[in-house]
Design a protein around this ligand. Structure first.
Ligand SMILES: Nc1ncnc2c1ncn2[C@@H]1O[C@H](COP(=O)(O)OP(=O)(O)O)[C@@H](O)[C@H]1O
Ligand SMILES: N[C@@H](CCC(=O)OP(=O)(O)O)C(=O)O
Length: 366
């Protein structure tokens, strides 16, 4: 599974690229590039998702730790991203490889027209034997359009390019049953499905001020990728070479057997809902239990400022999301339609109002 992978997405976290003081660690960059260069020399395609822009920008701006406010993070990323890509370009050139910088925001991989563009660029770079180096476009990504963590971005990129393998490199050698620093924790070498994760204490970032999401975002990324049929290896950066050679280092997350259609996969994992439709219990039973379309009669309230075609969450009486779908009405139109049957609406307002609020083909259960 691992050694047969032809197209590989490798994600490296800030904590694996920086020195203890926080600047870019040239030795670590060179070691990673050596491993990826060898992979490319075997004729395999490599996409690198690299964090580290903010970390690399701190020292040149006279900052000693990762700033909390978004504007300073963006300024640091603006300075650091150039240094990071420059460093990679030099290191890959020693292996005869050219790199291409790809900076993405959430919209670039969630809006259909945009993700087609992103796919085309990545595909072309690979066809031209260049190594795409992806990061979030931190300088322009504001709170509402940002991924915030590159683990999820890497999983979505792996799905986008239909990778055969996703490798998540961190400062910890594997997923452990609990905080690796605590006595009694042990390494988990394989995860077949959710049952293997029961009882596992999945914690936040390790080295204060460097990494962002910790294990939480890595396990979530593994869920997304394996749910799309892509196996995931999680290990420490210095173990990248043995991991890619199929040695049992790190944690291997097996892909799930069922692969959703690409469209519903993106709807579930890559969209940010623009609003919420509150369903009565009958509507929840129809949508979740019987896979029916959602009609106005089963909606009790509407939140958000969405327009027709936007993704919205369908929530139950407790406010828990049960499904996500593409809504067929603007938010302003809906309050006047709630609780009314489609026949009544069609008679009062015209045949256009017979349409479902969310059609079952545009609906994915969460
Ligand atoms: N169950 C667990 N297994 C392994 N590591 C864990 C676990 N829970 C929390 N961690 C922490 O997650 C850290 C890795 O996440 P993070 O610092 O965000 O790295 P990166 O910069 O590579 O994204 C590890 O250093 C470790 O301290
Ligand atoms: N885009 C940000 C990194 C965000 C991120 O996910 O960081 P990490 O948890 O170290 O992988 C940067 O380049 O600094």
């Amino acid at each position: 599974m691992v050694t047969a992978a032809r197209r590989v997405v490798v994600k490296i976290g800030s904590s694996s690229l920086t020195t203890a003081e926080g600047g870019l660690d040239d030795g670590r960059v060179d070691a990673l590039v050596g491993t990826l260069g060898a992979l490319a020399a075997e004729g395999r395609e490599v996409v690198l998702v690299s964090s580290g822009a903010i970390a690399a920008g701190l020292a040149p701006l006279g900052l000693s730790r990762r700033p909390r406010d978004l504007a300073t993070q963006q300024a640091a990323a603006s300075v650091g991203q150039g240094l990071l890509i420059g460093r990679y370009a030099t290191a890959f050139a020693r292996h005869g490889l050219t790199v291409g910088q790809v900076l993405l925001t959430v919209d670039d991989v969630t809006r259909r027209a945009h993700y087609r563009n992103a796919y085309r660029t990545l595909r072309k770079l690979l066809d031209l034997r260049a190594v795409p180096i992806v990061n979030e476009n931190d300088t322009v990504a504001t709170e509402e359009i940002r991924f915030g963590d590159n683990d999820r971005l890497a999983a979505l990129v792996a799905a986008l390019v239909h990778a055969d393998l996703l490798v998540l490199l961190s400062d910890v050698d594997a997923l452990w049953t609990g905080d690796p620093a605590r006595p009694g924790s042990s390494r988990i070498s394989e995860v077949h499905d959710e049952r293997d994760l029961t009882g596992v204490a999945i914690g936040g970032a390790g080295r204060a001020g460097v990494g962002t999401g910790g294990m939480v975002t890595k396990v979530e990324a593994a869920r997304i990728a394996t749910g799309f049929g892509i196996p995931v290896v999680l290990t420490a950066a210095p173990l990248a070479a043995p991991a890619l050679a199929g040695e049992p280092v790190g944690t291997l997350f097996h892909p799930s057997r069922r692969r959703p259609t690409a469209r519903l996969f993106w709807l579930a994992h890559a969209t940010s809902p623009r609003g919420r439709l509150h369903l009565d219990p009958g509507a929840v039973a129809a949508v979740v239990g019987r896979r029916k379309s959602l009609l106005p009669a089963g909606i009790t309230a509407v939140d958000g400022a969405f327009t027709a075609g936007d993704p919205v969450d369908l929530v139950d009486a407790e406010g828990a999301p049960v499904a996500r779908g593409l809504v067929n009405y603007d938010a302003v139109e809906l309050p006047g339609l709630l609780g009314r049957s489609t026949t009544e609406l069609a008679a009062a307002l015209g045949p256009a109002y017979e349409r479902e609020v969310v059609h079952r083909d545009d609906l994915v259960l969460l």
